[in-house]
Write a protein that binds this ligand. Sequence first.
Ligand SMILES: *Cc1c(COP(=O)(O)O)cnc(C)c1O
Length: 395
Amino acid sequence: MEVYFDNAATTPMSRAALDAMIPALEEQYGNASSLHTVGQLAKEQLEQARADIAECIGAEPHEIIFTSGGSEADNQALVSIARWGAKRDKRHIISSAFEHHAVLHTLQKLEKEGFEVTYLDVHPEGMVYPEQVEAAIRPDTCLVSIMYANNEIGSIQPISEIGAICREKKVFFHTDAVQAVGHLDINVKEQNIDLLSLSGHKFHGPKGVGCLYARRGIILSNIIEGGAQERGKRAGTENIPAILGMAAALKDILSRREENEKKETAMRDRLIEGLSQIPHSKLNGHPTKRLPGNVHFCFEGIEGESLLLMLDLNGVAASSGSACTSGSLDPSHVLLAIGLPHSVAHGSLRLTLSEYNTMEEVEYVIGILPGIVEYLRDMSPVWESLEKGETEHVI
Ligand SMILES: *Cc1c(COP(=O)(O)O)cnc(C)c1O
């Protein structure tokens, strides 16, 4: 059986996305900046996609800037508010220890430029609480950036509450909602979100396209300089096929949002139930406030990488955490942020589902995983010393 359980890394394209893209690739090749009819058709399609995406998140069309993806949107959001803050002697930023690297590495760059960043602790269940944000806000704070849902452990943050605090304290609030858009109900106005990043390929749209929502009145700084596209805030000829694909994918997935949530939650909870039977295993992230498609476990005494290889040999595509950090030997910063010791963090497995998965696939994985874990533990010196009582079990 071939099973794709790595939807947090990327998703297959939906039929709706392909149907929107193919004509744009084959026939409608116009440049939206051209004045002739071919160009103006492209411009119309571009603006329709902008309006569609805005509507999906409760924004106005002019509050949407198209980017090359979630990473660029995160970079632009943070750098823009930092530049604004620097002009007003507000050089303090609040974020958390388990953000995506697109946020963390941008913050590190800003720290080198003289900004001070408070990285809020993440509670063991994968949550950052509003009280922590409130306590960290200072007179010189310009920005709070907290992700909507974590890409490794799936925990969903109290975004509306954090948004309300930021609005009251007059601090800009950005959320990296790349894992949440298309999967959860989002309304930037009701939730007091000033800036939000999203990415097409996390909800069955194409890769290499995303957008930044920035509330009316927020002055963005450019990351890419050049032409006057995107109200002069993001230069470069718009990738119209990708933008149309992203908009179609988002409308399509949201048309079944509640149905998808029900279906994915049932598969998720069955997986959690099945994998919890494996001795010395632990579910990471919040038991209920988690993305409908996210399952994340640690298994003591084994390496996540060997587990992935064994699963791959059995037709299952999974991840040990973030696709961006796999290949490095350091354990995930997210797992360290929720307080897991290195030894446990190494044995992690992330299974992320989409509406295209089935309960048969779930049962297949529940069927093979205990045997794989046992096989790897039998070969593991770490497990041997745990079994002999030379080292203590942590989970
Ligand atoms: C995937 C992801 C990103 C990066 O988006 P790209 O479009 O791949 O650049 C940023 N943040 C989170 C939480 C993600 O899951």
